[in-house]
Design a binder for this molecule. Structure first.
Ligand code: MN
Length: 130
């Protein structure tokens, strides 16, 4: 079973994302702050991290930079959850080291397939010798 860590401070967004992931067969870890998310990421090394960008305290960009600058966690796949209309969120997410982004509110019909695709793409990238 693949594990997804969701870092999201909005309770309704969290519930929706977790519901879709659990129905789709993922084990889900939840954090509502960047600091808590970092500690769960280090402890469980999830297959995917879904990172809200606007979080109280350490925001999602800072948390992503922390993950990507630590040899123990830099290979984790981090996908930003960005506000739909905010194009700057997407460029900021990629600049901080995110491997991709998904817009909020999530599209319930396609969300699980996108998650599956990100995890599969990360596994393929791991197999390429460098
Ligand atoms: Mn937020």
């Amino acid at each position: 079973m693949k594990t997804v860590l969701v870092i999201e401070d909005n309770r309704l967004n969290m519930e929706l994302v977790v519901d879709v992931l659990e129905v789709s067969g993922y084990k889900v870890l939840r954090a509502s702050s960047g600091e808590n998310g970092l500690s769960l990421a280090r402890r469980y090394l999830p297959d995917l991290v879904l990172m809200d960008l606007s979080l109280p305290g350490m925001d999602g960009l800072a948390a992503t930079r922390a993950l990507k600058s630590d040899p123990a966690t830099r290979k984790l796949t981090v996908i930003a959850l960005t506000a739909h209309a905010m194009r700057s969120d997407q460029t900021n997410a990629l600049a901080a080291g995110c491997d991709g982004y998904l817009s909020k509110p999530i599209d319930v019909k396609t969300f699980a397939a996108r998650i599956e695709w990100f995890i599969a793409a990360a596994a393929l990238a791991d197999e390429v010798p460098n």
